[in-house]
Design a binder for this molecule. Structure first.
Ligand SMILES: Nc1ncnc2c1ncn2[C@@H]1O[C@H](COP(=O)(O)OP(=O)(O)OP(=O)(O)O)[C@@H](O)[C@H]1O
Length: 292
């Protein structure tokens, strides 16, 4: 009989605002224990999931499963890129953008059962000033929302809604200079999202035609727009039709430079980070294996 595959479940206890006390029991019921030997670790601090995934590579685990949202996936995926150890996902986040795109079930037991097939897909990895991202990185309005969300105690979709309303009331668009594959642009923008996958999470599609394994990033520039247009913008986001809005410009590229007047709060897969006013963004094609 072949040896069982050793898989590490990394559980983020705060993601999605959901308790995960019964998670281990659920895995023992849904995972094929003849094929897999599960181990469980709970994160105790930000970036802990990355440390655990790096250890798992050394300890020759066969897969590391992110039990959390896009931030947890980012930490684990950043460690696993180029390692041949696949990432699995049990979606337990607030937005779950990557899992929704990959068609991973939102139901916990169904997502665990999906791991039994152990089928993988190779996905691209974006890099912004050397920080890896798998879903979407952005600056402007969405980065300010992620900063507000990270500082709030409410998680889940309601937490995002509260942050959007907070930020919207005081937000001012900025001027950005961009170079996308050698072509220069200057734009006054409400926000700029650099999308590897089409959606932020919660089925809000900023880049409806983005593909996670085409070696290309979609630079979505949302221009300054009058407030009365907001309901239309929201409609486009959830109708997968932002590319049809007069206020959205989507430019594909592989090498992107973005410059602003002052330092930037950016979000990387939904987590805020302060970076310099000069951003350099590249893509490593098909560099992470994801179980889906
Ligand atoms: N024990 C912990 N205490 C506090 N923060 C933690 C802990 N473990 C992980 N984190 C941090 O929690 C943050 C949020 O996690 P994650 O993104 O997975 O959930 P989410 O924000 O609710 O979901 P989504 O990204 O899908 O919207 C991550 O940035 C991670 O670093």
């Amino acid at each position: 009989m072949a040896a069982r595959k050793r898989i590490l479940f990394v559980i983020n206890p705060i993601s999605g605002g959901r308790r995960k006390n019964a998670f281990k029991k659920q895995v023992l019921a849904a995972l094929d224990l003849e094929k897999f030997d599960p181990t469980f670790q709970q994160t105790t601090h930000a970036n802990h999931a990355r440390e655990l995934a790096l250890d798992a590579i050394q300890e020759k685990y066969d897969a590391v499963i992110a039990v959390g949202g896009d931030g947890t996936i980012n930490e684990i995926g950043s460690a696993l890129v180029g390692s041949n150890v696949p990432l699995g996902i049990v979606p337990e986040g607030s937005g779950n953008g990557l899992a929704l795109y990959l068609g991973i079930p939102m139901n916990e037991a169904a997502a665990i059962r999906r791991i039994n097939k152990f089928e993988t897909v190779d996905v691209d990895c974006g890099e912004i000033n050397k920080h890896k991202f798998f879903n979407i990185a952005g600056l402007g309005f969405d980065a300010s929302v992620s900063e507000s969300f990270a500082n709030d105690t409410i998680r889940g979709p309601l937490g995002y809604l509260k942050s959007i309303i907070n930020v919207l009331s005081k937000y001012k668009p900025k001027v950005y200079k961009l170079v996308i594959d050698g072509q220069e642009y200057e734009r006054q923008a409400f926000m700029i999202s650099v999308a590897n996958s089409p959606q932020y999470g919660n089925n809000a599609y900023i880049a409806p035609h983005a593909s996670i394994n085409d070696g290309i990033l979609d630079v979505c520039i949302v221009h300054k727009f009058p407030l009365y247009i907001l309901p239309m913008m929201v409609f486009h986001l959830f109708n997968r039709s932002t590319d049809q809005s007069d206020y959205v410009e989507i430019i594909p590229g592989k090498h992107i430079q973005i410059q602003t007047d002052d330092s930037n709060i950016v979000h990387i897969d939904g987590e805020p980070l302060e970076l310099s006013n000069e951003l350099e963004i590249t893509i490593q094609s098909k560099s992470l294996q994801v179980i889906c």
